[in-house]
Ligand binder design. Structure first.
Ligand SMILES: Cc1cc2nc3c(=O)[nH]c(=O)nc-3n(C[C@H](O)[C@H](O)[C@H](O)COP(=O)(O)OP(=O)(O)OC[C@H]3O[C@@H](n4cnc5c(N)ncnc54)[C@H](O)[C@@H]3O)c2cc1C
Length: 437
């Protein structure tokens, strides 16, 4: 049995009671595979839209074991890699459509937390994308101009003297400012979502990996201790989706890493500012992302990624990246030169070849899937839950008609080419970053 507490600071803290695994054969209307935000929110919306529906959710480890219990907790509007790249691949109108979907997703998370009075340290401090060189300043300004040219509002450039009134770093040249961004404790959120769906009547089984899917009259899911026969199935497996036949080539898991410091002292804030506690990223390809936790620890993630071979999903630890992140934290805020780092972890994000999320059907309309949230799935996975539920119920809505639903994905090649290609892409992104840094 895999230990989950060591997988993140969030999963380690707070009491958690696991549900027992599935034992025996059960029948239900809809079975959901995967107990992250996507799976739980699909369950939530299925029950909200059709309260009489039987819904069972099967999670291979525990709720939040995947990215949902390990992420940095930014609920943000970024879709895919960048807005301009989405436009390059799909056109300007679709890039705008994606951004508007993301705005709704961020607003939904904020409202949902409030409506259900979820204790997940939710704050809504806004988002800064800090330029850490002149080249990145140009990149960010170009992206802001591009957003404005699409008609996007609510994003502006902050000159460095204005930024310095908020957050001070010797690395900064100014920043993208976007008030629409929340930060939260993801494990608390995902665990609260489990309770909410259970109270609506959803059966949640943990330690229940699905090892086979068969289509008869119904769809049969095989697990170690039993089986589920369902009329419809949702594959909410995101970065694990390549382990499912049929989804194998649609995405690869890429691992991103985080370090967390001891709580900062008042004197540190005197130097840095950051009283308004914004979520911050830089503009590298392999971004740094950083924020404060509720108890004022510095969480610093990103910098590089680890690429996995084949079915390997255990690339959480990368000592070189951890050490680099600690160095980067001290470079960003020199006053933290003596700060101690207490936690290090990592987790998988789902990456399609074109770095764009994808929702679709597998074989026929009875099985739907969601994957490809890249590193920006906290808000997206919540609204996707609604989209998936609507698809399962056969409803046509503004969400089910969005361009990344039923889009054609570009297949990743089989191993060993997949590994070589993902390494090459990582190397190219990294090289560009070195030139721009
Ligand atoms: C370190 C890190 C930092 C991140 N930071 C951010 C951030 O700040 N903001 C942001 O927007 N996004 C961030 N992300 C991405 C975000 O966390 C994800 O996009 C989001 O959580 C995906 O949710 P999900 O439910 O789709 O997938 P997951 O949470 O990964 O859930 C999938 C679940 O499926 C289960 N599963 C897989 N296969 C099976 C099977 N066969 N049977 C049963 N269960 C199965 C897994 O155990 C897992 O629990 C980050 C990701 C990581 C790893």
């Amino acid at each position: 049995m895999r230990e989950y507490r060591t997988r993140s600071f969030w999963l380690e803290t707070g009491e958690y009671g696991e549900n027992p695994p599935l034992a025996g054969d059960v029948e239900t209307d809809v079975a959901i595979v995967g107990g992250g935000f996507t799976g739980l929110m699909t369950a939530y919306f299925l029950k909200k839209l059709e309260p009489s529906l039987g819904v069972a959710l099967l999670e291979g480890d525990v709720i939040g074991f995947g990215a949902s219990g390990r992420n940095a907790g930014f609920s943000m509007t970024l879709f895919g890699f960048t807005m301009s790249l989405t436009a390059l691949r799909f056109g300007r109108q679709k890039a705008l459509e994606a951004h508007l979907y993301m705005e709704k997703a961020v607003d939904f998370v904020r409202d949902f937390v409030k409506e259900h009075a979820i204790d997940c340290d939710y704050e809504h401090p806004g988002f800064l994308r800090a330029a850490t060189s002149k080249r990145y300043e140009n990149r960010i300004r170009h992206e802001i101009d591009f957003a404005h040219s699409l008609g996007v509002r609510g994003i502006e450039w902050l000159e460095n003297d204005v930024l310095a009134r908020e957050v001070r770093s010797p690395l900064y040249f100014g920043a993208w400012w976007e008030p629409r961004c929340g930060i939260l404790n993801p494990a608390r959120l995902v665990r609260a979502e489990k309770k909410i769906v259970e109270s609506a009547g959803v059966k949640v089984y943990e330690r229940t990996p699905v090892s086979g899917i068969k289509r008869n009259g119904r769809i049969s899911l095989r697990t170690e201790g039993g089986s589920v026969a369902a009329a419809k199935v949702v594959l909410a497996t995101n970065a694990y989706s390549h382990l499912i036949p049929g989804l194998k080539r649609k995405q690869v898991p890429v691992f991103t890493h985080i370090v967390l410091s001891e709580p900062l002292a008042k004197t540190h804030f005197d130097e840095i500012g950051w009283r308004n506690r914004q979520g911050i990223e830089d503009a590298r390809n392999l971004v740094h992302y950083y924020r404060l936790t509720a108890d004022n620890r510095l969480l610093m993630g990103g910098r590089s990624v680890s690429v996995a071979w084949g079915r390997d999903m255990e690339r959480d630890v990368n000592e070189k990246t951890f050490a680099g992140l600690e160095r980067d934290a001290r470079r960003t805020f020199p006053v933290l030169k003596d700060i101690r780092f207490t936690h290090r972890w990592g987790g998988p994000v789902s990456v399609p070849v074109d770095m764009t999320p994808a929702i679709g059907t597998l074989g026929d309309e009875r099985i739907v899937y969601s994957l490809g949230c890249v590193g920006h799935g906290v808000s997206l996975s919540h609204l996707n839950g609604r989209t998936l539920a609507e698809m399962i119920l056969g409803r046509k809505t503004e969400r089910t008609e969005v361009f990344f639903v039923n889009r054609r994905t570009i297949p990743w090649p089989p191993e060993p080419i997949r590994f070589v290609l993902s390494k090459a892409i990582k190397g190219t992104l990294d090289l560009q970053d070195r030139i721009c840094d």
